[in-house]
Ligand binder design. Structure first.
Ligand code: 6PG
Length: 227
């Protein structure tokens, strides 16, 4: 079962999680000579990214990638890569290595092999992986009703990335699979608000995709939450 870390305000949560991630990265740099961080997009992590970007560590030894990406141009307002480049890969973190989940292919399904090969440059397991969660209990781009959801959540799936077509959310996606997400030393679920707390609390009973992460025992998961 996952541990909850509840913090008084969203600002305090951003600061506490940014500090935790920085400590994890620094620990792996010390022990392994390098570190890796996989982050989710959406609106929640923006301020946490900005705080983390100022962490005083050797970012030249850190590889950053995405947990999932909307299949849009990196210049689009909807691009997670743009969110990361503008808010995380700045200040001290500007010297980090970034591995994109987007290619020039018109269809994400044509890009899976290339993206998977690109990800081989990211040190495994991830030092730290950060997930968000939608109000429907999705995380990464594992959306309820997606045609390939079973494969995305198959812990024995040998693929690290897959294309996914959300039934309702905009844009085709490229996403890490559950098997890839679990190949981490530390997973943080970063959520705010009472509604998401209720959704996550009910995730197992409702069979929401995020339950595949919070119910497993292999990789430590902490739920970082503020009202
Ligand atoms: C994405 C994210 C997705 C996100 C949740 C929560 O590409 O949208 O990776 O999984 O974490 O949808 O998004 P908010 O933080 O905007 O609520």
């Amino acid at each position: 079962m996952s541990e909850w870390k509840s913090v008084a305000t969203a600002n305090d949560l951003d600061r506490a999680l940014a500090t935790h991630i920085a400590n994890r990265l620094e620990q792996d740099i010390t022990v392994h000579g390098c570190a890796s961080l996989a982050v989710s997009g959406g609106s929640t992590p923006k301020e946490m990214f900005r705080l983390l970007s100022c962490a005083r560590l050797d970012w030249s030894k850190v590889w950053v990638t995405l947990v999932d990406e909307r299949w849009v141009d990196p210049s689009s307002d909807d691009s997670n890569e743009r969110l990361v480049r503008e808010n995380l890969l700045r200040e001290n973190a500007s010297s980090a290595h970034f591995v994109s989940l987007k290619s020039e292919h018109p269809d994400a399904r044509q890009a899976v092999t290339e993206i998977s090969e690109n990800l081989a440059a990211v040190p495994a397991p991830f030092s730290m992986l950060v997930l968000g969660m939608g109000g429907d209990g999705h995380t990464a781009s594992w959306f309820p009703g997606a045609s390939n959801l079973d494969a995305l959540l198959d812990r024995d799936n040998p693929d690290r990335v897959a294309a996914s077509d959300p039934p309702e959310a905009p844009h085709q996606r490229m996403t890490l699979t559950l098997a890839a997400v679990m190949d981490s030393r530390d997973i943080a679920v970063h959520i705010t608000g009472e509604k998401k707390k209720t959704v996550l609390t009910n995730a197992t009973a409702r069979g929401y995709p995020i339950a595949a992460v919070v119910d497993q025992q292999k990789t430590p998961v902490t739920i970082w939450w503020a009202p």
